[in-house]
Design a protein around this ligand. Structure first.
Ligand code: NDP
Length: 378
C-alpha cells in the first residue's frame, strides 16, 4: 500500500469543517478548537438545522452546510481540512469526497468497515496529495505514552501478556452503536482501542485471532453483539486478551504483564477522566501515577494541523487505521465461525512509526458543553 507525504501548505492556521454534529463532535471536537492554536473552526456540516443554528452561533461559525451541500462546503475555499465525526459506515464516502476536492481528512475511528474501503481511502488521499489521519487521540496522551515507555524499558522483563476490559451500558436503543447498518457493535466502538493498545504496547502485529461473541435476549442487541472476548497471538508467543461489551457496567483498563513486573492503566481509553498508571513487581507497588484530565482532542487537532502545515506524514496515518480494520474483521470472522483466523501480511502493512513520548501534546481540559439535540450514548 502506498502513501505519500503531501507538500507543506503555507497557511498559518488549518481551517476545518466538522462533519456530523453528534455526541463526540459536540462534547469534544468543537470545544477543542479553542486550545488548538494552529487550527480554526470555519464550517459546520449537519443534517439538523437546529444544531447548525445553535452551534454556529456558539462557536461563531458562519459557514453552515447540510449534507446535500457538502460539495459546496468542500469547494468553498473556506476550509483546508474536514474532521469526520459521522457513523462508521459513512466515513469512506465523506473522506473520499474531501480528498478528491484537495481537502485533508482527519477521520474518526474506525477508519472504515472493510479493508477495501480503507485501501480506497488511502489511495484517494495519495492520488490527490492530501493528508489522511485516523483520530487515535491516545497516540498523543501522556499516560498511554508513559505505559509504552515503561513496557519498553525492560523493567517489566520480557513482555508476555496484555489484558484489557472496555465495557459500558448503551442505554439509548436508537444509538448508532446498536445499529449494524451504521457500523455498530462493541468491537468497532470499544474493542478497536484494545487492539490498537496491544499493538502499540507490544510494538508488533498479531499473527492470529480467536474470538467468542455473546448476544443475550436483551432487545438492545437485535442487530449487534452484546459482548466479545478475544485472544490475539503476537510473535514470540505473546498473548493479548480483551473483552468489550455494551451490556455491562462501565470499565476501561489494561494490564501488561512481563516476566519481572506488570503495569496497569486505569481509565485507559477515557478522555473525560484522569488516567492512572501503576507499576508492580510481585506484591510491591513500584510507582503509582495519576494524570489529570487533558483535552485530548485539542492535542489531536494540533498534531494534524502541524502535519498539514509542514507536510509531515501523520502517525497514525491511514495504514494504521487499515491495520486495525483488518484485525477487527478477522475477529468478527472468528466469532462467527468459531475458528482461529490467521493474519498474514500484517508486518508488511505496518512498516511505519509507532507512538512514543515524542508525540505527547498537553492541552488543558475544558468544561462540559451544553449539548444540542444529542444524547449521551451511556
Ligand atoms: P452520534 O450518533 O452521537 O453522532 C453521529 C452523528 O452523525 C449524528 O448526530 C448525525 O449528526 C450524523 N449522521 C449523519 N448521518 C447519520 C445517520 N444516517 N444516522 C445517524 N447519524 C447520522 O455518534 P458519536 O458522535 O458518538 O460517534 C461518531 C463517530 O465518532 C463514530 O465514528 C465513532 O466511532 C467516533 N467516536 C470517537 C470517539 C473518540 O473518543 N475518538 C468517541 C465516540 C465516538 P447531525 O445530526 O449533525 O447530522
Amino acid at each position: 500500500m502506498r502513501h505519500s507525504t503531501p507538500t507543506p501548505s503555507k497557511i498559518k492556521k488549518t481551517r476545518y469543517a466538522v462533519v456530523g454534529l453528534g455526541h463526540i463532535a459536540q462534547a469534544a471536537v468543537l470545544p477543542a478548537f479553542k486550545q488548538a492554536k494552529n487550527s480554526e473552526l470555519t464550517a459546520l456540516v449537519s443534517g439538523d438545522p437546529k444544531k447548525l443554528k445553535q452551534l454556529g452561533r456558539r462557536y461563531r461559525v458562519k459557514a453552515l452546510y447540510s449534507y446535500e451541500q457538502y460539495a459546496d462546503c468542500l469547494r468553498s475555499g473556506l476550509i483546508d481540512a474536514v474532521y469526520i465525526a459521522l457513523p462508521n459506515t459513512l466515513h469512506r464516502q465523506y473522506a473520499e469526497a474531501a480528498a478528491r476536492a484537495g481537502i485533508h481528512v482527519l477521520c474518526e475511528k474506525p477508519l472504515a468497515m472493510t479493508e477495501q474501503s480503507c485501501e480506497s481511502m488511502i489511495a484517494t488521499a495519495f492520488t490527490h496529495g492530501t493528508q489522511l489521519m485516523v483520530g487515535y487521540r491516545l497516540h498523543f496522551e501522556r499516560a498511554n505514552l508513559e505505559a509504552i515507555k515503561l513496557a519498553q524499558s525492560g523493567k517489566l522483563g520480557d513482555l508476555r501478556l496484555f489484558h484489557s476490559t472496555f465495557t459500558m451500558q448503551i442505554r439509548d436503543k436508537e444509538n448508532i452503536r446498536l445499529r449494524r447498518e451504521l457500523g455498530g457493535g462493541p468491537l468497532w466502538d470499544l474493542g478497536i482501542y484494545c487492539v490498537n493498545a496491544a499493538r502499540y504496547l507490544f510494538r508488533s502485529e498479531p499473527t492470529e485471532v480467536i474470538a467468542a461473541a455473546a448476544r443475550g435476549s436483551d432487545a438492545r442487541f437485535k442487530s449487534v453483539d452484546e459482548a466479545l472476548s478475544v485472544t490475539m497471538r503476537f510473535p514470540n508467543e505473546r498473548l493479548a486478551t480483551f473483552t468489550c461489551s455494551f451490556g455491562s457496567d462501565e470499565t476501561s483498563q489494561y494490564e501488561v504483564l512481563g516476566t519481572k513486573g506488570r503495569l496497569k492503566v486505569g481509565y485507559a481509553y477515557d478522555y473525560a477522566m484522569p488516567i492512572t498508571l501503576e507499576h508492580w513487581q510481585g506484591s510491591k507497588k513500584k510507582s503509582s501515577r495519576r494524570f489529570s484530565k487533558r483535552d485530548q482532542f485539542a492535542a489531536e487537532l494540533t498534531y494534524f494541523s502541524d502535519c498539514v502545515q509542514n507536510g509531515k506524514l501523520p502517525e497514525p496515518h491511514g495504514l494504521e487505521g487499515l491495520a486495525d480494520v483488518r484485525i477487527l474483521n478477522a475477529i468478527m470472522h472468528s466469532a462467527r465461525t468459531g475458528k482461529a483466523i490467521a493474519l498474514d501480511g500484517m508486518r508488511a502493512l505496518k512498516k511505519g512509526r509507532r507512538p512514543t513520548m515524542a508525540q505527547e501534546i498537553r492541552k488543558p481540559a475544558h468544561g462540559e458543553p451544553k449539548l444540542v439535540n444529542v444524547s449521551q450514548p451511556h
